[in-house]
Design a protein around this ligand. Sequence first.
Ligand code: SAM
Ligand code: SF4
Length: 312
Amino acid sequence: MQAGLQGEFFRPYHGRMIRLRYTEPVFRPPSEARSLILQVTNGCSWNRCAFCEMYTQPQKRFHFKPQEKIEQELGAVSGSGVPVRRIFLADGDAMTLSFRRLKGIMLAINRHFPGIQRVSSYCLPRNLKNKTAGELAELGELGLKLFYVGCESGDDLVLERVNKGENFETSLAALKKIKAAGLKSSVMILNGMGGKRYSRQHALNSARLMNAAQPEYLSTLVVSFPAGTARYQAGFNNEFESLDQAGLFQEMFWLLDSLELENTVFRSDHASNYLVLKGTMNRDKSRLLRTVRDALERPGAVNLRPEGMRGL
Ligand SMILES: C[S@@+](CC[C@H](N)C(=O)[O-])C[C@H]1O[C@@H](n2cnc3c(N)ncnc32)[C@H](O)[C@@H]1O
Ligand code: SF4
């Protein structure tokens, strides 16, 4: 995830001075670093997850951008001649937009960039409730092919404690719908989200969810509290105990050990992680488990990201 500054800013794209107006901060997945970020909505319409402070500043109050403004921005970029191969629809849940609006945006993208390779977006499971697999497939035909789904956990109790507003079944239903439409999902799971008490069940049920869904990509981030833990503690009756490094690694071991994935790219390389892990599951399962075991049992044997280099 990448944050910017507060307020409204113009940013250059690919080093060229195309005036694109953003309401900052803007977050995007690390893998969208080279994509054009098209802010079709501002903030997050849910905005109630206890761990997430990404869209809590006043200027990030949820609203969507009118189609004419989106068209103007696309026109400014296409008029500049910079090549655009990938577009990320921001902010936190652009997929809350109706099928009709999303189709309008995708048609405009195709008019301005006929060669567009891939459009992607964050997507809450509930964003797909009012969209059929057929509608998703139609958006896919227009290039909207990848969804970053913040499942965070497969454990219903932990999801309730953090007020995600989703559970195992709703998350699975969304991931299955994405697959049925022939599109791809990249799931985020939060390491440490259940604290000490729920660590094991969080890991095991998250693995169970992934095994049932078989997403194309899976990444883990370490839950972080840049604004303190007060809001988070409230959901845990003030009994939340953060995991230390060893606790995080143990939880990662349980997760990896229980994963039964046919062909999922696994990444635990986000800046919030101490231990960087990359592989394809289950092919690389034993190697990844060995690395985690080494980190647990032979401190110093595995390189860890220093505290000062971590971020959200
Ligand atoms: C910008 S959010 C948008 C995700 C999308 N709204 C959803 O819920 O599916 C992207 C991801 O950042 C991660 N995130 C948010 N707050 C975090 C925190 N405090 N610590 C670690 N990861 C966090 C979560 O995994 C979340 O799904
Ligand atoms: S994690 Fe996603 S749904 Fe939850 S508040 Fe943040 S952006 Fe919104």
